[in-house]
Design a protein around this ligand. Sequence first.
Ligand SMILES: [Ca+2]
Ligand SMILES: [Ca+2]
Length: 132
Amino acid sequence: MLMAIFDTDRSGTINFTEFAGLWKYISDWQNVFRHFDRDRSGSIEGRELSEALKSFGYSLSPHLLTLVEQKYSSEPVAHGYGPPPGITFDRFVRACVTVKTLTEAFQKVDTDRDGWIQISYDQFMQIILSAP
Ligand SMILES: [Ca+2]
Ligand SMILES: [Ca+2]
């Protein structure tokens, strides 16, 4: 996913300029992640997720927040080691980029901004496939 975003000249590799962009992007995200990981658990969970998304301008219903959390949380660990429960860094970035991509795709179609859209199967598939 990162490769696809940062390989801006689509050469299949990441050159120095692209790498610098990537590095800046990751360190920015790490700051965001640390900022919202209020209990310093190493993962984003519950309120931390809703606060993060709200600060990006996405106010999801509690039901949707639960779905996002379930979808992007690490699998529970049976043996007591592995990633902490909740959403770890790379999954957090993916969750935010997905929410952003899908929300923007919806808003582009919802031209009268009433929160409802009527779309064809083709448009629906385009929106889903545009998500990372
Ligand atoms: Ca946390
Ligand atoms: Ca509409």
